[in-house]
Design a protein around this ligand. Structure first.
Ligand code: A4P
Ligand code: MG
Length: 198
């Protein structure tokens, strides 16, 4: 029997019209064999993590339903990166036209010489956690924690500069109460595009 798996893909770009790079990559994800693009987040702008002096990044997250194995998926993602002009010049976290990371593949947790799941940056990076939250607000992480709770605990001080197309003002990174429904009010600015600064 063929089984479909859920994979969350992190997309990032900071070279050669990053927004277009991300849109093009989403189109390429749609074309992957035995794979359906279930949905994707908005595009988020953030300052570079890593060497300074490179442009801001545009990041997004996509959800795939796929029959590809994790390694076959990684191979396909790297082919898309190459197609979109990705040059690996050995600079760790250097600028790139396109980076496609497998953030999650079902609830798999393992490391081998090609692949680490979940992606090692998943738990700390605002530019991953917020778009992931937009895609899957009820997600339970492989560490057993609710994503929304994880965000409020680990991440409020990390900068995100805003959603593309909605505002240039800093995103409101909520410090959410853990019980009751107050958290819902606190995160509304995250999920409804806003016009005013906070
Ligand atoms: N690899 C292992 N696990 C995975 C996985 N889950 N998904 C291996 C994808 N690849 C995985 O990746 C290096 C190797 O990681 C691959 O050969 C693959 O076998 P790479 O794409 O060649 O190089 P990289 O992306 O520079 O390395 P790395 O360490 O994966 O970097 P990250 O974690 O992807 O971070 N700042 C902002 N604001 N936004 C960003 O998107 N991205 C990075 C790159 C740095 N700073 C950023 C952003
Ligand atoms: Mg990468």
């Amino acid at each position: 029997m063929i089984t479909s798996h859920t994979a969350y893909i992190g997309l990032g770009s900071n070279l050669q019209q990053p927004c277009q790079q991300i849109q093009q990559a989403l189109f390429a994800l749609k074309q992957l064999p035995t794979t359906r693009l279930i949905g994707h987040s908005s595009l988020y702008r953030s300052p570079p993590l890593g060497p300074t002096g490179q442009p801001d990044y545009i990041n997004a997250v996509a959800i795939l339903a796929t029959e590809l194995t994790p390694h076959a998926l990684l191979f396909r993602l790297q082919a898309i990166e190459t197609q979109q002009g990705r040059v690996r010049n050995g600079i760790r976290w250097g600028p790139r036209t396109l980076d496609l990371d497998i953030l999650l593949y079902d609830n798999l947790c393992f490391t081998d010489s090609h692949l680490t799941l979940p992606h090692p940056g998943l738990y700390e990076r605002a530019f991953v956690l917020y778009p992931l939250y937009e895609c899957a607000p009820d997600l339970v992480l492989p560490n057993g924690r609710l994503l929304v709770e994880w965000i409020q605990e680990v991440n409020h001080h990390q900068p995100l500069l805003g959603k593309e197309g909605s505002s240039n003002h800093p995103l409101f990174l909520p410090s959410l109460p853990r019980r009751g429904w107050g958290w819902l009010l606190a995160i509304l600015p995250q999920i409804i595009p806003f016009k005013k600064p906070f």
